[in-house]
Write a protein that binds this ligand. Structure first.
Ligand code: LLP
Length: 421
């Protein structure tokens, strides 16, 4: 884990950089990321898929900080985007990376499609027949050929939170796998559309490799059928979704996880020649590389309950509120025979749902102490909002002994700047 105490007396550090020093310099709440850990995670994919032509297309939505995109682009990663905004982020970092971009999402608009066509992205993951029509129209207009994959819905159940499960017929995502062949045939008739792939994504925070294997197996069969129909399908986009372990008490070995995941996928595609696998991991690459550092403002008691009130709130990290997600919360100062307390850790936002943990046993903390909310590198800052007119946190990227600000703290002036009186 990238966040640890270098020794018993030292404060929690990200690599070689102590978090209390960062909090002092940049203020709180503060997102801190380890560049080394992101590189390490990205390397795990490279190793596990060695020998199998593949491209890792990092899911930008997990953490879209430009500095992180740049780091991953330098590792050779491509990107999975879901909006024109995310594409502009990729282009701002590395224009040439457009050739490694796949575009997912059920609601692409004409301007977004145009930008993607002009940028020459690798693949559109088309999610409906309506979208296919619009894409064909825009591509003809711009005289740009669009390589497409249909995102099929494999009707595979994967154990995860219902809000982030996507692979069942009742979900809004993808095209029913049974209809896919018909839609491909129609796509192939369009002059400016080139069917080149097939894609699937069954959900997020999935911890077992088995459903990935099942879904990939289903699309692999369809792929072979499509090739028989005469379509040159070269790409199989297996989506993202590989989960992590948020509970410190549970063992988690990322190397083994990726290996099992890769084995399940490779098994499913082993019979297919001339195939390039596309992978869209988000969380797995960045979640554990990040922590949200926050200061305790007050510790208060209401009857039986104790509340630890921090300066970070649900607008900074909404995962506990939205998905009842568990995040470990640890003190930043060294832990020598601390007392324990059982408390709700809550933010300053005026909502009962503004919490990071409920009835959690924690090392006792007092006002002024710093705590770190761990595994916050994915879907933390990228889901942050300005609710309660709170500026979004600053972000720091740590590389070895160096820490640098990659996004300054938002000011209230920033927030007011877009408004008209
Ligand atoms: N590809 C597609 C088409 C996706 O929809 C997603 C995530 C990914 C890739 C990346 O999935 P990952 O590898 O990160 O699991 N906010 C939620 C997660 C939402 C995931 C949305 N789609 C959370 O905080 O748990």
């Amino acid at each position: 884990r990238p966040f640890a105490h270098p020794d018993k007396k030292s404060p929690l550090a990200c690599g070689e950089v102590a978090l209390d020093a960062l909090a002092k310099k940049f203020g709180t709440p503060l997102y801190v990321y380890s560049a080394d850990h992101i590189r390490y995670r990205s390397g795990l994919f490279t190793e596990a898929f060695a020998g199998q032509p593949h491209l890792v297309c990092y899911a930008v939505k997990a953490n879209s900080a430009l500095a992180i995109l740049k780091l991953l682009a330098a590792e050779g990663a491509g990107f999975d985007i879901v909006s024109g905004g995310e594409l502009e982020r990729v282009l701002a970092v590395d224009k040439a990376a457009a050739a490694r971009v796949v575009f997912s999402g059920v609601g692409k608009t004409a301007p977004e499609i145009d930008l993607a066509l002009r940028s020459g992205i690798l693949l559109f993951n088309v999610e409906s027949e309506g979208e296919l029509e619009l894409l064909a129209e825009r591509a003809a207009k711009l005289r740009k050929r669009a390589r497409i994959a249909l995102r099929v819905n494999p009707d595979v159940f994967a154990e995860t939170h219902p809000y982030i499960s996507t692979g069942l017929r009742e979900h809004k995502f993808g095209i029913d796998i049974k209809r896919a062949r018909t839609v491909y045939k129609r796509a192939a008739q369009q002059k400016w559309i080139a069917p080149a792939g097939i894609s699937v994504h069954i959900g997020s925070q999935i911890r077992s490799a088995e459903p990935f294997g099942a879904a990939t197996d289903r699309v692999a069969k369809l792929l072979l059928q499509l090739r028989k129909d005469g379509l040159p399908i070269q790409f199989l986009d297996a989506g993202g979704g590989l989960g992590i372990e948020y509970h410190a008490a549970q063992a988690f070995n990322p190397e083994e996880k990726v290996r099992q995941y890769a084995a399940a996928l490779r098994d499913a595609v082993s019979r297919i020649e001339g195939l390039t696998l596309l992978l869209e991991p988000g969380r797995f690459l960045v979640a554990q590389a990040g922590a949200l550092v926050t200061r305790v403002l007050f510790v208060k008691k209401n009857g039986e309950k104790t509340f630890v009130i921090t300066d970070a709130g649900m607008n900074d990290l909404i995962r506990p509120t939205l998905y009842q997600a568990h995040h470990e919360i640890v003190p930043v100062t060294a832990t020598k025979s601390r007392r324990k307390l059982v408390a709700d850790v809550v933010g300053p936002v005026c909502e009962t749902g503004d919490f990071f943990a409920r009835d959690r046993e924690l090392d006792a903390v007092k006002p002024g102490d710093l705590v770190a909310i761990l595994d916050a590198g994915a879907y933390g800052m990228s889901l942050a909002s300005n609710y309660n007119t709170r500026g979004r946190a600053a972000e720091v990227l740590v590389e070895g002994k160096r820490a640098r600000l990659i996004r300054r703290r938002e000011t209230v002036a920033d927030l007011l700047a877009t408004e008209v009186l």
